[in-house]
Design a protein around this ligand. Structure first.
Ligand code: PLP
Length: 425
């Protein structure tokens, strides 16, 4: 039953482009109309027609503790009573900055912003200001938000719609963005060689999670680090998804590779619109009002948003064995799914790391943008519909990640595996 969702979508299409405020939500790549969500609790999400699903989107990452976590709800409720926004410095921003610099290796200073897009935009500007160079290197299939210069060979919604870039981006804006292949160090070296002393930074998702999940091969992140050092370019880890997902210190800690700047979003706001960028003190000191790189925000460091983020990060930091338990439960889930799909003869490739994973419908290894793009998207569409009809809510695109939260129960994970088993039949 999706009567209310259908009605709302008809109304939405009349006054919102495509009926949605972010493209992938429209379900276009799976030829369906979207479900409108009413509420969520723990690992369950409920739509306006009363259908209940086990949720593997988790708001695209932020809900690592599950929906409607009591401590987060209490912190937000308390903050709301004190006032929604002051446009002035608050204690919560200090607590947040102290917590992040404490949890994440190498983050000496941090600035709060309102989204991952803004975090990336600002970090790139800081890198250009610091180095006095124009060009940047990104990787094909990585998504870094929708700033003009980032919409070149990007993943996520662009990959879902099958377009290499966005209309409305000027040539001037695109020409300083160079694209390398994920897991292809030679392509990085070639770009450095052909643009001597003109690369400000390399930005990378340390685990790519916007062309589906693609893991960095052994030595890839270390190799990128080495090329950056050799060419005096900065390395930016876009940790909007990986930050606080794999370990308290994010991918830097997980892989033992240090970036110069990192960008955050999603988990850091606990479901509120928050982003952050931070890193080496000498670089962050170029930011206004200390230095010449301007960056500002009326609602940046908003007290209600900080309350949510602080509550989540404090739990992540202080709960013993939270990450080992989450990663173990997720490993078991994905290896069981692997067994089931192998036994059923469905062509597939599962890429996963901790609580982040993707099931691709292909026989090939998926290690970059072009191999991810070879997945059978028609098969995915069939799979998506089947999962939804059977109470499992996954992202409506082959090229997005699946997220497991602390609140996913053993019963619900095994129920999900039973549904996957049914798909193979
Ligand atoms: C989601 C995402 C962004 C953009 O964040 P928004 O909050 O959607 O602007 C940037 N980088 C990565 C890696 C992301 O996954």
């Amino acid at each position: 039953m999706s009567k209310r969702s259908e009605e709302l979508f008809e109304r939405a299409k009349k006054c919102i482009p495509g009926g949605v405020n972010s493209p992938v939500r429209a379900y276009r790549s799976v030829n369906m109309n979207p479900r409108f969500i009413e509420r969520a609790s723990g690992d369950r999400i409920i739509d306006v027609d009363g259908n209940e699903y086990i949720d593997y989107v988790c708001s695209w990452g932020p809900m690592i503790l599950g929906h409607d976590h009591e401590a987060v709800r209490d912190a937000v409720t308390k903050a709301v009573k004190d006032g929604l926004s002051f446009g002035a410095a608050t204690e919560k921003e200090v607590l947040m900055a102290e917590l992040i610099t404490d949890m994440v290796p190498g983050i000496e200073m941090v600035r709060m912003v309102n989204s991952g897009t803004e975090a990336v935009m600002s970090a790139i500007r800081a890198a250009r200001g610091f180095t006095g160079r124009d060009k940047i290197i990104k990787f094909s299939g990585c998504y870094h938000g929708h700033a003009d210069h980032m919409l070149v060979n990007a993943g996520s919604g662009l990959m879902t719609q099958g377009i290499p870039g966005s209309s409305g981006v000027t040539e001037g804006n695109a020409k300083d963005t160079l694209t390398a292949g994920y897991n292809d160090l030679n392509s990085v070296e070639r770009l450095f060689d052909s643009n001597p002393d003109n690369i400000a930074c390399v930005i990378v998702e340390p685990v790519a999670a916007n062309m589906g999940v693609v893991l960095p091969e052994e030595g890839f992140l270390q190799g990128v680090r080495k090329f950056c050092d050799k060419n005096k370019a900065l390395l930016i880890f876009d940790e909007v998804i990986t930050g606080f997902r794999l370990s308290p210190g994010g991918a830097q800690e997980y892989f033992g590779v240090r970036a110069d700047l990192c960008t955050y979003g999603k988990i850091i706001g606990g479901g509120m619109p928050v982003g952050a960028y931070g890193g080496r003190r000498d670089i962050m000191e170029v930011i206004s009002p200390l230095g010449p790189v301007y960056q500002a925000g009326t609602l940046s460091g908003n007290p209600v948003a900080m309350a949510a983020g602080l509550a989540v990060l404090n739990i992540l930091k202080n709960t013993k064995d939270l990450y080992p338990d989450l990663n173990k439960k997720s490993d078991e889930f994905f290896s069981e799914a692997e067994k089931i799909l192998t036994a059923s003869g469905v062509k597939h490739r599962i890429n996963h790391i901790g609580s982040l994973g993707s099931i691709f419908f292909t026989d090939n290894v998926v290690s970059d943008h072009s191999s991810a793009g070879k997945s059978d998207t028609e098969m995915f569409t069939t799979y998506f519909k089947y999962m939804l009809e059977n109470g499992i809510y996954i992202a409506p695109s082959q090229f997005e990640a699946m997220f497991i939260s602390v609140s996913h129960s053993k019963e619900d994970l095994s129920k999900t595996l039973d549904v996957i088993r049914g798909f193979g039949k």
